[in-house]
Design a protein around this ligand. Structure first.
Ligand SMILES: Nc1ncnc2c1ncn2[C@@H]1O[C@H](COP(=O)(O)OP(=O)(O)OP(=O)(O)O)[C@@H](O)[C@H]1O
Length: 204
């Protein structure tokens, strides 16, 4: 479904990787190893070498906004471009129904982004990426600031998305999250993706 061919930037890569529909690949690795640089390359957010393809269609052959709707990056520290929560969602999204799926107040659509807690922002940013068009989620520490109940809700929503055929490329320092969610777990070391030889090597 998603194929990465020789992605390379800033000493990260070349990275070759394939994700199947419904698959989650979890990437761990030391701080500064290049995990976020990789996710940003996949989302085509920075100049890079190599190519990413979705169902054989090259990223370079479609407009960037179209690619990013299909292959969506959710940063650890997401950006905002409107004052209120609803301003980040397309008209027609039923936010009063969707927000509670992640343990958020159904009225939060009308809240200013500035009043959201860190964990609320993380969940709103994830929901923002979960459009009907999205096929692949690129998640950078998606549950790092969350209480166990909110974390479970996020994981349940991601599992549902995978059951519906979506794929997830997940970056995390949390070995338990990688274990629970990752069908495959990889390690990034000095910009190169490695399959861990032994289970404990994934853990930091
Ligand atoms: N725009 C940039 N220009 C120059 N160097 C950068 C840029 N973005 C990232 N880097 C460098 O690339 C390296 C990898 O950064 P990256 O953010 O991918 O690390 P990471 O593995 O995600 O780390 P962490 O686990 O701390 O989030 C770092 O040394 C960082 O300083």
């Amino acid at each position: 479904m998603l194929e990465l061919r020789g992605l390379r930037r800033l000493g990260v890569g070349p990275v070759d990787l394939r994700l199947a529909p419904g698959e989650c690949v979890a990437i761990q690795g030391r701080s500064g190893a290049g995990k976020s640089v990789l996710l940003r390359m996949v989302a085509d957010l920075d100049p890079h070498e190599g190519e990413a393809l979705l169902d054989g269609q090259a990223c370079s052959a479609m407009p960037a906004p179209q690619w990013r709707r299909l292959v969506s990056y959710v940063a650890a520290d997401p950006g905002w471009w409107a004052e209120d929560v609803a301003g980040h969602f397309a008209a027609g999204r039923d936010l009063a129904a969707e927000l509670p799926l992640l343990g958020l107040d159904p009225a939060a659509a009308g809240w200013a982004v500035a009043r959201l807690s860190t964990g609320e922002r993380q969940r709103v940013a994830l929901l923002r990426a979960l459009t009907p068009q999205n096929r692949v989620l690129l998640l950078d520490e998606p549950t790092s600031g969350l209480d166990p109940q909110s974390r479970d809700q996020v994981e349940a929503l991601l599992r549902q998305r995978m059951a519906d055929g979506g794929a997830v490329l997940l970056v995390t320092h949390d070995p338990e999250l990688a274990q629970r969610m990752g069908h495959r777990r990889l390690r990034m070391e000095e910009g190169r993706l490695q399959a861990p030889a032994h289970e404990q090597e994934v853990h930091e």
